[in-house]
Design a protein around this ligand. Structure first.
Ligand code: NAG
Ligand code: NAG
Ligand code: NAG
Ligand code: NAG
Ligand code: ZN
Length: 295
């Protein structure tokens, strides 16, 4: 009996260590702050039907704060190993284009297993909300958390990156004096440095600044961001195409193995990051508003 107990404790410790590494190390997607910013802005832009559905689907401990669980999908990669391919898209090296039929697949070649396919998947699951109250084959809480996270990820330019460098994950760079990889610069470093330099290290001030531009300088573009062709509920392929374009125009541009990235790179790329965060927030809200209006 005692021995079994020891083994169980050991297993639990190993699981905790693995989850800790998954949290620190292999994050595909915006970092915690990027996702938090997107979900916080989006939740404030929901219509009544969507706000009610989100409140209903969130676990009680989230206290109706979607942003508190916006990185949940990163934390379950070890519990749900099948989900890790759903955070990104690999496109052919140096082409700077994206095609769903050509590129949306996982490493084993299974079609539809990429971030764009996942957004379509979880959007259609959420469309069943309220329809068969007795028995739903899907866990719509998980569908909401996956969708909210993946609409963020598909806007991170290097989530739709080149295959051989894994979206910048194998490109070693320095962010000022710190050693990191290019992918991480776009997940976290640009956002963190912006918070430190411009927003008093306060994520709420960053959220306010993006909100001001959604109602200010971007206001005449917001409708175009929200709209999908053919009245579709969601249109992640458009976002994925924009991402690979931004990856080539901004993220990969003038970066090689060992590059030292500092003020010049930071200040010229920050507007692209701000724009992608704003677009992701607007589109997450628009998608949820369409999903729950139809339910
Ligand atoms: C769709 O969602 C189900 C339930 O979470 C999951 O098992 C499946 O892998 C998902 N497929 C894609 C492409 O997202
Ligand atoms: C749905 O998923 C959440 C998060 O994984 C879990 O806590 C909850 O128990 C699940 N609900 C059902 C009915 O299985
Ligand atoms: C908002 O727009 C102003 C004016 O163009 C710009 O200076 C500022 O950096 C933008 N901030 C964000 C967070 O987009
Ligand atoms: C989109 O929806 C509107 C309103 O329901 C309808 O009038 C229009 O014909 C639809 N357009 C397409 C391309 O389906
Ligand atoms: Zn992710």
């Amino acid at each position: 009996m005692e021995k079994k107990c020891v083994i169980q404790q050991g297993t639990i410790i190993i699981i905790i260590i693995i989850e800790l590494f998954s949290f620190l190390g292999f994050c595909h997607g915006w970092g915690v702050d990027g996702h938090l910013i997107i979900c916080q802005i989006a939740q404030a832009h929901l219509n009544n039907a969507a706000a009610d559905a989100v409140r209903d689907l969130l676990p009680a401990y989230a206290e109706n704060d979607l942003s508190s669980l916006c990185s949940w999908a990163d934390h379950v990669k070890f519990r749900y190993p099948w989900s890790s391919a759903l955070h990104y898209i690999n496109t052919p090296d140096d082409l700077c284009t994206y095609s769903y039929d050509r590129d949306c697949k996982d490493d084993s070649g299974e079609a539809g297993r990429c971030v764009s396919g996942a957004i379509k998947n979880y959007t259609s699951q959420l469309l069943t909300y309220g329809k068969s109250a007795t028995q739903n084959q899907y866990n719509l809480t998980e569908a909401l958390l996956f969708l909210s996270h993946f609409i963020g990820d598909v806007h991170q330019p290097l989530h739709v990156g080149f295959t051989s460098d894994e979206g910048g994950n194998t490109i070693d760079v320095h962010w000022y004096s710190r050693k990191t990889v290019l992918h991480h610069v776009w997940d976290d470093n640009i956002i963190e440095t912006a918070e430190e330099q411009f927003y008093d290290s306060n994520v709420a001030e960053f959220v306010d600044a993006i909100n001001q531009n959604i109602t200010g300088k971007w206001s005449n573009q917001v409708k175009e961001w929200e709209d999908c062709s053919d009245n579709k509920t969601t249109c992640p392929d458009k976002c994925a195409s924009e991402s690979i374009t931004a990856a080539c125009d901004w993220a990969y541009k003038d970066v090689t193995e060992g590059s030292v990235l500092k003020d010049e790179y930071f200040l010229s790329r920050l507007p692209a990051v701000n724009l992608r965060l704003g677009q992701a927030a607007v589109r997450l809200a628009a998608t949820l508003n369409r999903v729950f209006r139809q339910s």
